[in-house]
Design a protein around this ligand. Structure first.
Ligand code: HEM
Length: 427
């Protein structure tokens, strides 16, 4: 029978393709090779058995194939379960795998002839085995290291439980109940507590904010929490918090920071710079610095009537309205005596500024410093007063439409009047 089986396996090269579509008997068979025993029992496994065949012996092989098909159909129709101790499972009982290179190494060769030799597993081909590795003897499967789910029962549960690692510590252990593992926490505490770090000792931490973390859990923390940052706060605000003469409650670091800031401010004042590093007196310094530069003048903001903002004044200048109140458009030469005659009339108030004479009557309600201050220059030269108050104001642009003429001295006016009088006398 060995020769026959060998001939069958050697002369059916196309049989694997047919056997792949043949429904297997419900009772699965053991794997056909020892290697299949190592496969996962829960996954569908395709077992492929490839054997050498002899091409010249094709004719007898066809006959043998027909015989096998008939027997196979008979077996499928009968669906007879294989005997519990199938001879085909004998290779699995052997503790060491057989030599695969020898002809007797195949399960077909190892199977006795009395057994139902013509079975799918004995025919070289492709066998699709769902849950391959089932069947057979439980002890045999365990003997070669495989698993057997068909045995079921307690054996299967034991194998499943072995894959789950045990919980540590156990759910009902004393370690969980106590909240910690003494064997792990004790070395940490013992190594951190003696001796305590100097930065964590309460005696050197009196200026810091008392924290329960530093007092209770200090041995387990490597560093104490940092102090509250003071960066971003206004240094002047810090300076205002210091009450002169009062006992200082600040720490040494804060005192050092404040002394450094005051020293920096004194250095800036020595070079003529404000606290912000900007030259004092150009309008970009802090209000306190600017007020000290103009403390001699009586600068005060007044509330202007609605519709008298600087923009309203600019709009009035561009409107084309006559703001000069002159019978002609020519500029005239104004003497101090002539200017003085335009100081009291409420509709015709002149002032001299930077060598020019303006009619400031229309501008009076628009003056940010108020009418009263502006009227201080009515009928006279206000250049000194103007420059003492707001030298940055562009008066040439603001009062362009109010220009009367140029401001001349009495001598120039007299010189101008003399020729005219002489000509008049000539005429
Ligand atoms: C005649 C031409 C004048 C013009 C065109 C004029 C214009 C101005 C302008 C534009 C401002 C606002 C400046 C600012 O906000 O920075 C102002 C403010 C002021 N002016 Fe005059 N002014 C004139 C004459 C005078 C005179 C003669 C005085 C008399 C002291 C005076 C006293 C003031 C005062 C006290 C302020 C308020 C300053 C402040 O905002 O704190 N102005 N003036």
């Amino acid at each position: 029978s060995d020769g026959t089986s060998s001939g069958q396996s050697k002369t059916l090269p196309m049989w694997p393709f047919f056997s792949a579509f043949i429904k297997q008997p419900p009772n699965p068979k053991p794997p056909s090779s020892p290697q299949a025993q190592a496969t996962t029992p829960t996954a569908a496994t395709a077992l492929i058995t490839v054997q050498d065949y002899d091409a010249p012996n094709f004719e007898p092989a066809l006959k043998e194939k027909d015989t096998q098909q008939q027997q196979l159909q008979t077996q499928i129709s009968a669906q007879a379960p294989p005997p519990p101790s199938s001879p085909l499972s004998s290779p699995r009982r052997t503790p060491s795998p057989p030599d695969l290179h020898s002809p007797e190494a195949t399960p077909k060769a190892l199977a006795p002839s009395a057994a139902p030799s013509v079975r799918i597993s004995a025919i070289p081909g492709i066998s699709l085995l769902a849950d391959g590795g089932r069947g057979g003897d439980d002890s045999g499967a365990r003997g070669v290291g495989g698993s057997n789910h068909s045995s079921g029962g307690q054996a299967e549960e034991d194998e499943t439980d072995d894959d789950i690692p045990p919980s540590f510590p156990s759910l009902n252990s004393v370690q969980r109940a106590s909240g910690g593992i003494p064997s792990l926490t004790a070395p940490l505490l013992s190594s951190a507590s003696p001796p305590p770090l100097p930065s964590l000792s309460p005696s050197t931490n009196t200026n810091r904010i008392p924290s329960p973390v530093t007092s209770t859990a200090a041995p387990t923390l490597p560093m104490a929490p940092p102090p509250i940052p003071i960066r971003g706060r206004n240094p002047k605000a810090n300076a205002r918090l210091i009450v002169p003469g009062a006992p200082s409650q600040t720490s040494a670091a804060q005192q050092q920071r404040q002394s450094a800031s005051s020293a920096a401010r004194s250095r800036l004042a020595a070079v003529g710079l404000g606290a912000s590093g900007v030259a004092a007196g150009n309008g970009l310094t802090l209000p306190s610095q600017r007020k000290s530069a103009t403390s001699s003048s009586s600068r005060k903001k007044v509330i202007l009537e609605p519709g008298h903002s600087p923009l309203d004044w600019a709009r009035l200048q561009r409107s084309g309205v006559d703001l000069r109140n002159l019978p002609h458009s020519n500029l005239i030469k104004v003497s101090p005596s002539m200017l003085a005659t335009h100081a009291k009339h409420p509709d015709d108030i002149w002032t001299a500024l930077n060598g020019r004479v303006y009619n400031i009557t229309a501008y009076l309600p628009f003056h940010p410093g108020g009418e009263r201050d502006l009227l201080r220059g009515a009928g006279k030269d206000c250049t000194k007063l103007f420059n003492a108050t707001h030298p940055w104001v562009n008066v040439e642009g603001m009062l362009a439409e109010c220009l009367i003429g140029i401001y001349i001295t009495e001598e120039e006016a007299a010189a101008l009047a003399a020729p005219e009088s002489s000509l008049e006398s000539v005429d």
